[in-house]
Write a protein that binds this ligand. Structure first.
Ligand SMILES: [Mn+2]
Length: 401
């Protein structure tokens, strides 16, 4: 397997040199400045590839080519955006980057309710709390008919949480949810978020699944022709319903199994984000090791996000690989057992070595995240070291010995 690290492009405070020094041989990156569903040109893709290779690294995976909301809704200009997606895929394949990771999360991409949750170690980590999210949805966003999507008990808990929040905390919570985390597909204002959610109102799980299948039927033959492999990332968090929109397909084993079977293509497979999966706990219907044992031998496992969390939902904090509720060495062992030959990457990371002076600096231009705050260099090196030692233990020998 190939150990990699995520790179957000030239504006990323983590430099390619640091990635290389920490021991990764490739990076996972995207043209993060092109996130509105427009087609990526071959020139732009080659420019990024040259930058990465000049540092002595491979561009191992593109994560992600954003899937525009019109495709998930199959409305408006969705054909135009599907064609643009296929054009981006073609440009990437022509540049000889052959794995593309994507997701099918409607509206809010990967999301959290805290970006600077203070750890006992004084570092900061990302956190998600279902009640905080409900408090936002019900009382700040005031989504139309939101109360129909929550139990009376959840509404009462969210009300109490909202009442206990300071004005500053309410503002921070809103910014955290709507401004778009690094790599996320969009950022919103309260109004644009509310309007987009209104477009999804009443969309059933079956309809969302049908829209995914229509998309896969379009892109799978193109991927086959180009020799590109498409790895789908789980919904993060894998909450079955978020802001009234179903997250029903890539949040559980059955959903993945059905989608992969229907796609029925050697080029359509799985990015198993262990972190997202562990957030789901028993709701996923199969733990990460069971996922690996099922999809690995079927040659459907293209990429692994090697991440741990403190506990399954309703709330979790992201942790170091060796500090969460799941024994990640079992995952590495299972990967070695199934002969996994794909890409493995530590995902997000608590702030080991983060600079307190940067805390509160918040987001970068256009509401996009500043990734360095929660993926600082010392943590990068620590995680790769952790991952590598688990690999050595699982293989019973030095990786290159
Ligand atoms: Mn992930």
């Amino acid at each position: 397997m190939k150990e990699t690290w995520r790179w957000f492009g030239p504006q990323d405070p983590v430099s390619l040199d640091h990635v290389k020094q920490a021991g990764a041989t490739g990076v996972v990156s995207a043209l993060h400045h092109l996130y509105r569903g427009e087609a990526w040109s071959l020139d732009e893709v080659l420019k990024r590839k040259t930058q990465i290779e000049a540092a002595g690294l491979d561009w191992s995976v593109v994560e992600s080519i954003p899937v525009h909301n019109s495709i998930k809704l199959q409305t408006g200009p969705f054909r135009q955006f599907t064609d643009a997606w296929k054009d981006s895929l073609a440009a990437i394949a022509r540049a000889r980057v052959n794995i593309v990771c994507y997701n099918f999360m409607p509206v809010v991409d990967w999301t959290r309710t805290d970006l600077r949750w203070r750890l006992p170690s004084t570092g900061c980590a990302l956190r998600f709390d279902v009640i905080d999210f409900a408090a936002y949805d019900l009382f700040l966003l005031q989504r139309t008919a939101a109360e129909q999507d929550y139990s009376a008990e959840s509404i009462a808990a969210a009300r109490a949480r909202y009442d206990s929040m300071s004005e500053a905390r309410r503002n921070e919570l809103e910014r955290t949810i709507i401004a778009g985390l690094p790599g996320a597909e969009a950022s919103y204002t309260r109004t644009t978020l509310k309007n987009l959610l209104a477009e999804y109102a009443g969309l059933t799980a079956a309809e969302l699944r049908a829209h995914l299948i229509a998309f896969l039927r379009e892109v799978a033959p193109v991927a086959e022709e180009l020799g590109a492999r498409l790895a789908i990332h789980p919904d993060d968090p894998p909450q079955p319903m978020l802001a009234g929109v179903p997250r029903c397909i890539f949040s559980n084993f059955e959903g993945y199994k059905r989608a992969i079977e229907i796609a029925n293509s050697p080029n359509i497979g799985v990015c198993l984000c262990c972190g997202s999966w562990l957030e789901g706990g028993k709701m996923t219907g199969a733990d990460p090791v069971e996922m690996i044992r099922y999809f690995g031998p079927r040659k459907k496992l293209f990429k692994i996000h090697f991440r741990n969390v403190s506990a399954p939902l309703p709330h979790f904090t992201e942790t170091m690989i060796d500090d969460g509720y799941y024994d990640m060495s079992k995952i590495m062992k299972a990967l070695v057992e199934v002969g996994f030959e794909g890409i493995v990457i530590p995902d997000h990371v608590p702030g080991l070595g983060s600079n307190p002076a940067n805390e509160g600096a918040g987001r970068g231009g256009a509401g996009r995240g500043v990734p360095g705050e929660y993926r600082p260099n010392p943590a990068l090196a620590y995680l790769l070291g952790c991952m590598n030692s688990m690999l050595i233990a699982a293989q019973g020998k030095q990786a290159n010995g």
